[in-house]
Write a protein that binds this ligand. Structure first.
Ligand code: NAD
Length: 490
C-alpha cells in the first residue's frame, strides 16, 4: 500500500521551465481536488502569461540542439523514460486515481497504455526516412527529407492524464521537437510527475516545459501568437478546439486536434449477444464513461433490443460505485459537480421526452461527485442525449430495423471519432468499414486504443492521428530538393 500523503508530498507543484522548477510569475497557486472526496490534495503554481512566454523561450532555445541530437540518443532517452514509468507504475496509477477518480485497476491500465507511447516512439525515432529519385523528365534528382516541425504547444484534457500527455510528447521528442505542455487544471499532477521522470531519463533542460494554469485562454493565446511556435496539438472538446484552430490559423501553425466524440455502438440481430454485452460494458463504462471513445449511442436491431437491454441492465446493477482506491470499485466519481449536473440534465431530458429508465438515473450520495450507472431505452434522435457527448456512465439505447437505417443513424452526427459494431456477418462487417463515417472502428471489440494504432477522428472529431506509424509524421516537415542529373555533363 502506498501512503497517499507521502506520494502527494513528493509530486512537483511548480512550473517546469528550462529545466528548473519555478513558482509562477504572480506567485499564485490553485487547488487540485480529489473528486471522490472533494478534499484538496495539492496546490500547484498558477502560471501567468509571462510564464507561458518564458516556457516558449526555453523550448525555442533548446530546439536546435535537440533537433541535432542523434535519433538513437533521443530514442534511448524515451526508452529510459518508458522504464521509469514502469518502475513508478504504482505511484502514477494512484496519483491518477487521486486527481481524476478512476478505479485503480483502470489507472494501472492507463499507465500501461500511456507508457507504451514512450516505447513505441523510442522505436520510431530511428526510423524516419526520406527518399531519392529521378524527376519525371529524367533531367534531375529529387531528394525528399524530413525534419522536425519545431517548438510545439500541447494542451491536454483531464480524462486520461498520463496517456494524453505521452501520446503527444513521445512522438514530438522522437522527431526532434521541443515542447511546452499545459495539462488540464483539474489533473495537473500526473504530467508534473511524468515531467520529472523525463528529466531523470536524461532529457536536456528546456526540451520539455510544463505550465499549469487556471488562465488557459490567456496563456495559450500568447503562446499561439508567438512566431517561434510551429505546432499546436490539442486534445479536448470540439468547442474549445474550434476556437484554438482559429487562433492557430493566424500564425499558420501545424495542428493536430483530438476532439469530442459521439460514438455509435451498433448491435445487429446476428451478433453474438454475450460478446456484444461484454464489449458494451467496456466501451461504455471504461473511465466512468468519461472517454472520447465511450459508446454514446447504442443502436440495437429491434428484434434483439429487449434482450440486449435486459442483459446490460443486469450487468449495470452489479457495478460498484465508490472511491477508486477501494477494492472492487468499478465506477469512480465524475470529475466535478458540473459534470454530474450535465449528465443528470441529459437523463432527465430523455425521461421527460419518453425514454424508459431501467437502472440508475441519479447522482449518488456525496461528498464526492458520483453518478449512478444508468440504462435508458426508447431514445430517439431528437433527444439531447442522442446528439450530445454524455461523458458519464449512461447507456442510451435506440432501436433500428435494418442496416441502412443503422448506418444512417450512426452517421447522423457531426462527430466521427470511433464506432463499434457487433455482427457475425463478415460481408456486413466489411460494408460497415466503408459506410460508417468514422476515424476508427471496433468490429466485434469494445476497445480500440493501443500505441500502434493511428488514433483520431473525422468530421468534428478532429484532424491528424496520434500513435502508429502516422504519429511521428505529425511532428515532421518535408523538405524537397532538386539537383541536376549528376551524369548529364559526363
Ligand atoms: P476541454 O476542452 O474543456 O479542455 C481541454 C483542455 O483545454 C484543458 O487543458 C483545458 O484547460 C484547456 N482549455 C479550456 N479552454 C481553453 C481555452 N480557451 N484556451 C486554451 N485552452 C483551453 O475538454 P475536457 O473537458 O478537459 O476533456 C473532455 C473532452 O475532450 C471531451 O469532449 C472528449 O471527447 C475530448 N477528448 C478527446 C480525445 C481524443 O483523442 N479525440 C481524447 C480525450 C478527450
Amino acid at each position: 500500500m502506498i501512503d497517499e500523503a507521502a506520494l502527494l508530498a513528493g509530486i512537483p507543484q511548480q512550473l517546469l521551465i528550462g529545466g528548473r522548477w519555478v513558482d509562477s510569475a504572480s506567485g499564485s497557486t490553485f487547488d487540485v481536488t480529489d473528486p471522490s472526496t472533494g478534499a484538496v490534495i495539492a496546490r500547484v503554481a498558477d502560471g501567468a502569461v509571462a510564464d507561458g512566454v518564458r516556457a516558449l523561450d526555453a523550448a525555442a532555445g533548446a530546439q536546435d540542439a535537440w533537433a541535432a541530437t542523434p535519433p538513437r540518443q533521443r530514442a534511448e532517452t524515451l526508452r529510459r523514460a518508458f522504464e521509469l514509468v514502469q518502475q513508478h507504475a504504482d505511484d502514477l496509477a494512484l496519483l491518477m486515481t487521486l486527481e481524476m477518480g478512476k478505479p485503480l485497476a483502470e489507472s494501472r491500465a492507463e499507465v500501461a497504455y500511456g507508457g507504451e507511447f514512450l516505447r513505441w516512439f523510442s522505436e520510431e525515432a530511428v526510423r524516419v526516412h526520406g527518399r531519392y529519385g529521378t524527376n519525371p523528365e529524367g533531367t534531375g534528382r529529387m531528394t525528399v527529407a524530413q525534419r522536425p516541425v519545431g517548438p510545439c504547444f500541447f494542451i491536454t484534457p483531464w480524462n486520461f492524464p498520463l496517456a494524453m500527455a505521452t501520446r503527444k510528447i513521445a512522438p514530438a521528442l522522437a522527431a526532434g521537437c521541443t515542447v511546452v505542455v499545459k495539462p488540464a487544471g483539474l489533473t495537473p499532477l500526473t504530467t508534473l510527475f511524468f515531467a520529472r521522470l523525463l528529466g531523470e531519463a536524461g532529457l536536456p533542460d528546456g526540451v520539455l516545459n510544463v505550465v499549469t494554469t487556471r488562465a488557459s485562454g490567456d496563456v495559450s493565446d500568447a503562446i499561439l501568437a508567438d512566431p517561434r511556435l510551429r505546432k499546436l496539438s490539442f486534445t479536448g472538446s470540439t468547442e474549445v478546439g474550434v476556437g484554438l484552430l482559429k487562433k492557430a490559423a493566424d500564425n499558420v501553425l501545424r495542428t493536430s486536434m483530438e476532439l469530442g466524440g459521439n460514438a455509435p455502438f451498433l448491435v445487429f440481430a446476428d451478433a453474438d449477444l454475450d460478446k456484444a454485452v461484454d464489449g458494451a460494458m467496456l466501451a461504455k463504462f471504461r473511465n466512468i464513461g468519461e472517454a472520447c471513445t465511450a459508446a454514446n449511442r447504442f443502436l440495437v436491431q429491434a428484434s434483439v433490443a429487449d434482450e440486449f437491454a435486459a442483459r446490460i441492465t443486469e450487468r449495470v446493477r452489479a457495478l460498484r460505485v465508490g472511491r477508486g482506491t477501494e477494492d472492487g470499485v468499478t465506477i469512480g466519481p465524475l470529475i466535478e459537480a458540473k459534470a454530474v449536473e450535465k449528465v443528470q440534465g441529459l437523463v432527465e431530458d430523455a425521461v421527460a421526452a419518453g425514454a424508459a429508465l431501467l437502472a440508475g438515473g441519479h447522482a449518488a450520495d456525496g461528498p464526492g461527485t458520483f453518478f449512478e450507472p444508468t440504462v435508458l431505452t426508447g431514445i430517439r434522435p431528437d433527444m439531447r442525449i442522442f446528439a450530445e457527448e454524455i461523458f458519464g456512465p449512461v447507456v442510451a439505447i435506440t432501436t433500428f430495423d435494418d442496416e441502412a437505417e443503422a448506418v444512417a443513424l450512426a452517421n447522423a452526427t457531426p462527430f466521427g471519432l470511433v464506432s463499434y459494431a457487433f455482427t457475425r456477418d463478415a460481408a456486413r462487417g466489411r460494408r460497415l468499414i466503408e459506410t460508417l463515417e468514422t476515424g476508427m472502428l471496433g468490429l466485434n471489440v469494445g476497445v480500440v486504443s493501443n500505441a500502434a494504432a493511428p488514433f483520431g477522428g473525422v468530421k468534428h472529431s478532429g484532424l491528424g492521428r496520434e500513435g502508429g506509424f502516422e504519429g511521428i509524421h505529425e511532428y515532421l516537415e518535408t523538405t524537397y530538393v532538386l539537383t541536376p542529373d549528376p551524369f548529364a555533363d559526363v
